[in-house]
Design a protein around this ligand. Sequence first.
Ligand code: TPP
Length: 294
Amino acid sequence: MMPTSIPQQELMEPGHTACQGCGATLAMRYALKALGKKTVVSVPASCWAVIPGAMPNRTLDIPMVYTPFAATGASISGLREALDIRGDSDYNVVGFAGDGGTADIGLQSLSGAMERGHNVFYIMYDNEGYMNTGVQRSGSTPYGAETTTTPVGLERNFKKQQKKIVADIMMAQGVPYVATATIAYPEDLIRKVQNARKITGPKFIQILAPCPTGWYYPPEKTIEVSRMAVQSRMFLLYEYSEGKFRLTKPSRPVTVKEYVQSQKRFSHMDENEIRILQEEVDRRWGELLEKESH
Ligand SMILES: Cc1ncc(C[n+]2csc(CCOP(=O)(O)OP(=O)(O)O)c2C)c(N)n1
């Protein structure tokens, strides 16, 4: 049973084609609960372009537009303006894109849509890699992770760059509503989408969506891994609304070491590499605490 604060309406049906334990399916399911039936979703090339299934099957009880990989921001801009001209201003227009489609190839299109101030939602489901095409690294992949384009092997060629955090970029750009969420905390996720609905203008939400296939952990551990990401502060939950910033403090903190040990993508990391990751986590935590105090 869902807690009563969570809308009972289901706009995602069973029978999708996602992997077992897919975090991205829950991200969509919870987001749609908060958005409601009057919603149009634009999805670029990604896992979510495949999850609804091939015609005549479908998984979503709302209209969905398939969009070129780089064009989610442009697509939702056009959908919004067209719906407004038609008098359908009460529809939510939502871009729902992966981290590759957001942090990398779609960033200019996203930034443009936000800057023009369209009344749209952009939801980035962050599985920290290009998962649909076989687990390649993205800008949003964390430091230390092994992917198929950062294979460890003898040269220890894991990802050497720190995670690019798109939500932080959106705050820096002055987007009126920016939040992060993850599927282990559905009430928080749904409340944030509901809060975003109160704002007329661009809204950006980044949802961490663990991926058993690409992070190499057993599928039944998805919620646990999602929770540990928050408790280890590897993924920080925050809400930035019209200039006010609020950071969630982990209730049962765990170390970055405990978090990385839960997934095989980090299994090659030595003490020094884990320390580099922990230091970055501590640095960013300090930075965001400081931001909250202003
Ligand atoms: C212009 C262009 N380049 C490459 C592709 C191939 N492609 C399709 S999905 C995808 C990966 C998407 O990654 P992400 O946005 O992170 O979503 P995920 O697959 O993880 O859900 C790629 C590279 C494409 N469809 N179009």
